[in-house]
Design a protein around this ligand. Structure first.
Ligand SMILES: *Cc1c(COP(=O)(O)O)cnc(C)c1O
Length: 230
């Protein structure tokens, strides 16, 4: 079942890219496997996917131990500073840098390990109470500060748009994030590249692709509904 789901998601992603005149190869599909068992993840892996997203450090830690080593793990959830040291060893990209303090911790722990950590700044583009992330208008100042830190590189922006039944409702937010990213890239801030745009989930990934997403994070459409009670 998951392989059929995956095929459909890839097809929809490719069609959205074509509609927007984009090369589907410029878009990375991240299969969001949070709460899902390793057996199911292995099926998606066997179907060719190598990038997986998790929102808890413990889960990346446990699953990366068991699953093939060529998987690239993306940290997409709110990150506590005491978990940084573990996650920067295991994740290829941290999408959820939502404070300068967190960036400072990443910089510090990365220096200890002698590595450089690529990150995205999470932007709360629709100003939702319930969500983490910088406000759009705070993002430039945060980027300037974080860019000064050693051992951390900002590669772009990430957002989770509001939950909605109509994906078209989120087009304005995806457009706004893309524009913010373009504007920040134009500032040519040292030690930043601003070439990644992580946006689009099960409910809205086609619109996100049309608006310029380079990374989409899709869970439910591939793995089915999540059961948080187990
Ligand atoms: C869970 C999650 C997703 C995937 O959500 P679906 O609607 O299941 O595709 C994407 N991004 C983040 C940050 C998430 O926490």
């Amino acid at each position: 079942m998951v392989t059929d789901n995956l095929k459909k998601v890839i097809e929809r992603m490719e069609n959205a890219a074509k509609r927007a005149g984009r090369n589907p190869e410029d878009i990375t599909l991240i299969a969001v496997s949070k709460t899902k068992p390793v057996e199911l993840i292995k099926q998606v892996y066997d179907a060719g996917i190598r990038e997986f997203g998790e929102n808890k450090v413990q889960e990346i830690d446990r699953k990366s131990e068991i699953l093939p080593k060529d998987i690239k793990w993306h940290m997409i959830g709110h990150l506590q500073r005491n978990k940084v040291k573990t996650v920067i060893k295991e994740a290829c990209l941290i999408h959820s840098v939502d404070s300068i303090r967190l960036a400072e911790q990443i910089s510090k722990d990365a220096a200890t390990l002698g590595i450089s950590v690529p990150v995205l700044l999470e932007v709360n583009i629709a100003c939702e109470e319930s969500k983490y992330g910088f406000k759009a208008e705070e993002t430039e100042a945060a980027l300037v500060e974080i860019a000064k830190l050693p051992n951390i590189t900002v590669r772009g922006l990430m957002t989770s748009a509001p939950i909605t039944d109509n994906p078209e409702d989120n087009r304005i937010y995806f457009k706004a994030l893309k524009q913010l990213c373009v504007d920040l890239k134009a500032k040519n801030i040292d030690n930043t590249s601003m070439d990644f745009l992580s946006m689009g989930m099960t409910g809205d990934f086609e619109v996100a692709v049309e608006e310029g997403a380079t990374h989409i994070r899709v869970g439910t459409a591939i793995f089915g509904e999540r059961d948080y009670s187990i």
